[in-house]
Design a protein around this ligand. Structure first.
Ligand SMILES: C[S@@+](CC[C@H](N)C(=O)[O-])C[C@H]1O[C@@H](n2cnc3c(N)ncnc32)[C@H](O)[C@@H]1O
Length: 470
């Protein structure tokens, strides 16, 4: 059998997907994005969600580029570069702490940018360290532009670092919590004390080595619960991370239809109420949302809800999800559990699910678990050509993921990259793991439940309906 050229196959897939992407931009009267601009593109707006065809074309193209890079790069050069490539995340943390986006945005000519001497003066930092070393490193990683020697400007990407934006909070608060912990993973996984090395206890994670502390991070009595300022920062960071996927969770699932005839939506472990508030704004016909979380969050969540003018429809309720649900017997609801179960072992998740199971016995209430699911990262030579799959999508209004084209990994796009990165973070912070479909199935089974459906979204999240086994 003739050997298929991987390079040619990937190149063909790349060409088809980029042509589709360009055609979709033209159809929406949008210009092509540019690396030589200091402005964000219309498709970078937090409220923009690519139509299904465009979304698939984008994620195929980006994955093709990753795969092509792997074929083209010299592995020896890559390993050396990787051994020294730990500067991007600290550089970004510094960029948000110094608010470099703002410094460059208020330039006399933002396209031209600001000389490093001025940036250093404004941020009271060392021009040599910041300019030659940190900023250039960030430019190489695609953040900011060097428009001429020593002069830096914003680019599409750096607008995501704007103060108080989702990206700003993600970098400022999540990278801060996870970076040192992930750095301690080798010490934790190869710890000389076997009881530590093999432990799955949330207080014996890499984070505990990094912080020299024996307190667990999440949950009642944990680091975030007992350090309100840290808890607030984590919630802000979590909201920042979540904001990228929440628009697809909101748009790809028919929440409004599903809530017809029910008493409202209850987000268990709902954090600061971001999901409920966003859904309340998107679905004005839904009148009741309940954010359930640990009582220590009450003031901060109520204030956040009030600041969005939603106190008449979104309420906070203190609820430990390991205890019977306070809404049991009070009506019929849609319960959601978003970004919660992966913080816990399968056995603990079964306990959380079990308490919601009691509320589903009315026969009308439903439970949706919203989480990224991890998959194996296998690659096959076979698969339908991108051209056929994208052509078929032209006739679809609702989102259905396409099958991977040849040489594109089984799980591709944002879920693959973000979910696996998140997996390392949760392992480092609390000895937990992102779930596979099988893990989720086991947790449901232990709770006397089963997965009834899995909905994909245009983002990293899967929405799983979990119900009582009949
Ligand atoms: C990763 S955050 C997810 C927050 C939110 N659902 C989201 O998607 O952004 C996990 C949430 O679970 C909450 N939590 C932890 N232990 C809890 C418990 N025993 N009972 C209720 N909520 C808890 C935390 O306070 C936190 O808000």
């Amino acid at each position: 059998m003739a050997q298929i050229s991987e390079l040619s196959s990937l190149l063909e897939t790349l060409t088809v997907s980029i042509d589709t992407f360009k055609a979709e931009l033209a159809r929406q009267n949008l210009p092509e994005p540019s690396l030589c601009s200091s402005q964000p593109h219309a498709i970078d707006s937090p409220s923009y969600l690519s139509p299904p065809l465009m979304y698939e074309a984008q994620r195929i193209a980006v994955t093709c580029l990753d795969q092509l890079r792997l074929l083209l790069e010299n592995p020896s050069e890559v390993v050396v570069r990787t051994s020294m490539s730990s500067a991007e995340v600290p550089g970004l943390r510094l960029a948000v702490e110094l608010d470099l986006h703002h410094v460059l945005d208020k330039a006399h000519d933002p396209e031209q940018g600001v000389h490093i001497r001025v940036i250093a003066q404004e941020t009271e930092t060392d021009a040599l360290k910041l300019g030659k070393h940190v900023m250039r490193n960030l430019v190489i990683h695609g953040w900011f532009r060097e428009t001429q020697h020593g002069t830096f400007a914003n680019n599409r990407r750096s607008h995501t670092l704007k103060k108080d934006s989702a990206g700003y909070h993600a970098i400022r608060n999540i990278a801060r919590l996870s970076y040192g912990a992930v750095g301690s993973l080798p010490d934790a996984l190869a710890h000389p004390d076997e009881t530590f090395r093999m432990s799955r206890a949330p207080s014996k994670a890499a984070w505990n080595l990094h912080m020299n502390s024996d307190i667990h991070v999440f949950g009642a009595g944990g680091w975030l619960d007992t350090h309100p300022e840290e808890g607030k920062r984590f919630a802000q960071g979590g909201a920042g991370v979540g904001s990228v996927s929440e628009k697809s969770v909101i748009q790809d699932i028919p929440w409004q239809d599903m809530l017809t005839g029910l008493d409202g939506l209850v987000d268990v472990g709902g954090g600061h109420g971001t999901f409920c508030c966003k859904l309340a704004m998107a679905c004005p016909e839904i009148k009741t949302f309940v954010v359930q979380d640990l009582p220590s969050l009450e003031n901060i969540v109520r204030t956040s809800i009030a600041s969005q003018g939603l106190s008449d429809r979104v309420v906070f309720q203190g609820q430990n999800f390991f205890e019977p649900n306070r809404l049991l017997g009070t009506g019929s609801y849609i319960f959601t559990l978003q970004n919660v179960l992966h913080m816990w072992s399968v056995e603990d998740s079964a306990k959380i699910l079990g308490n919601i199971r009691e509320c589903l016995k009315d026969g009308k209430s439903k439970l949706f678990v919203i989480n990224s699911l991890l998959s194996a990262v296998t690659v096959s030579r076979d698969g339908p050509p991108a051209k056929e799959s994208l052509e078929a999508l032209k006739r679809q209004d609702t989102y259905t993921p396409i099958s991977p084209p040849p040489f594109i990994p089984k799980e591709f796009g944002d879920n693959r990259l973000t979910a696996h990165a998140l997996d390392a973070c949760v392992m480092a912070i609390c000895n937990s793991f992102m779930y596979t479909h099988e893990d989720m199935e086991r947790a449901a089974e232990l709770a006397g439940m089963k997965i009834k459906a899995v909905h994909a979204t245009r983002g990293r999240m899967h929405v799983l309906e979990i119900g009582i086994e009949s």
